[in-house]
Write a protein that binds this ligand. Structure first.
Ligand code: 1HN
Length: 360
């Protein structure tokens, strides 16, 4: 044997005793051998605590109405029931994404605050309740997709005569994991309106940008507050005859008009049409996603397990999980948000086609 390249010594009982004594004193110095945990940390593929899961609207809705009987929006700050991934210890739907359902009754106000997590809303039920974001108000309708960017002042209210319920999606677990949480109340219950209702749709929602101003927030997020269901649904319909994606069918991303990229810095939102009779191929990617059924019914196979869904159900596809979608009966429309924008800039996003096309 060459000098200077020591081989692994024979683990004699004496050496074993010495090792154990050495390991035993390390915790006192807040040290630990890497070689004891290297195999657990450096896995060949992502491992995640998050599991595939589906929340049925028929289970969620009555509990939201019950919550509304028991707790006011004022008392709750936000009347949200969290959709918790059963595999995770921390609250969240996936390791990076939070999902919840919020309800606001006629004449209620959810007071103004802001925080560093970005938020999305996807309207499930009701008509003409409002959200106000940085001085602009929008009246919401079923299927509308709304953005609440990082640090934007926001409050919600309902001057209509029916309750409104929507899906909340936040990058909160991610923001927590990088120790970047800030939260603050606005000094008053509601913020002043500084723009016309739906001003941003007229300014930025027609493939035109005001060329005389710098992008709001330096283009970090979309200036569009509300992406209307009727417009998004029409886009899907227009492309219905296209081949689409083998994994997602006819899928559109809600974009930031300044950049063509995702609507929020950390979350991409999409609307997709799974056409009548369509059954997509399976793939997996590092990004995780929360799906919400906007229209129709069908099923998704996630990590080999079948999840049957219908309108207003919500389900999760954790990181690196095989998944494929199929409609049942008529066309189905899925809304989803994912954490791809967090992964992509660092080269961490990967995608893989299932070798057999579909799972068994
Ligand atoms: C929040 O501020 C809202 O502003 C909704 O409507 C859901 C979930 C966790 C933490 C903050 C909102 C939230 C939230």
């Amino acid at each position: 044997m060459m000098i200077g390249t020591p081989s692994t010594p024979k683990v004699t009982p004496e050496l074993q005793r010495k090792r154990e004594a050495f390991y035993a004193e390390l915790p006192e110095f807040n040290m630990r051998p890497l070689w004891a945990i290297l195999k657990d940390a450096m896995t060949p593929e992502p491992t995640t605590q998050a599991v595939p899961y589906l929340w049925k609207w028929k289970d969620v809705r009555p509990r939201m109405y019950k919550a509304a009987e028991l707790v006011s929006a004022e008392e709750a700050e936000r009347r949200v029931l969290m959709l918790l991934n059963p595999g995770m210890e921390k609250p969240g739907a996936t390791s990076t994404l939070f999902a919840g359902v919020q309800m606001i009754l006629p004449h209620e106000i959810a007071r103004t605050h802001h925080h560093t997590p970005n938020a999305i809303r996807f309207v499930i039920e009701g008509s003409r309740a409002y959200t106000t974001v940085n001085g602009e108000r929008s009246l919401m309708e079923k299927g509308d997709f709304l953005t609440t960017p990082i640090w934007a002042w926001h409050d919600h209210g309902n001057d209509a005569d029916v309750p409104m319920l929507w899906l909340d999606g936040l990058d909160m677990p991610f923001v927590q994991s990088v120790d970047a949480m800030f939260f603050e109340y606005y000094p008053e219950l509601t913020q002043p309106l500084r723009r016309e209702v739906d001003d941003s749709i007229r300014r930025y929602g027609s493939n035109l940008l005001p060329a005389f101003e710098r992008p709001i927030g330096e283009g970090l997020y979309s200036p569009v507050l509300n992406y209307r269901w009727k417009d998004a649904r029409a886009s899907l319909e227009a492309a219905k005859g296209d081949q689409g994606s083998p994994y997602d069918g006819v899928i559109f991303e809600y974009t930031n008009p300044y950049t063509g990229g995702p609507s929020l810095p950390t979350m991409s939102s999409c609307l997709q049409l799974v056409r009548k009779g369509e059954h997509t191929k399976a793939h997996r990617h590092v990004s995780s996603a929360v799906y919400h059924v906007a229209e129709g019914r069908g099923y998704s196979i996630i990590r080999g397990e079948r999840f049957d869904w219908e309108e207003s159900d919500t389900f999760v596809v954790p990181a690196w999980s095989w998944h494929e979608h199929a409609s049942a009966g008529d066309d189905a429309v899925l809304y989803s948000f994912n954490d791809r924008p967090i992964l992509k800039p660092f080269g961490l996003e990967r995608e893989q086609a299932h070798p057999k096309g579909r799972q068994e």
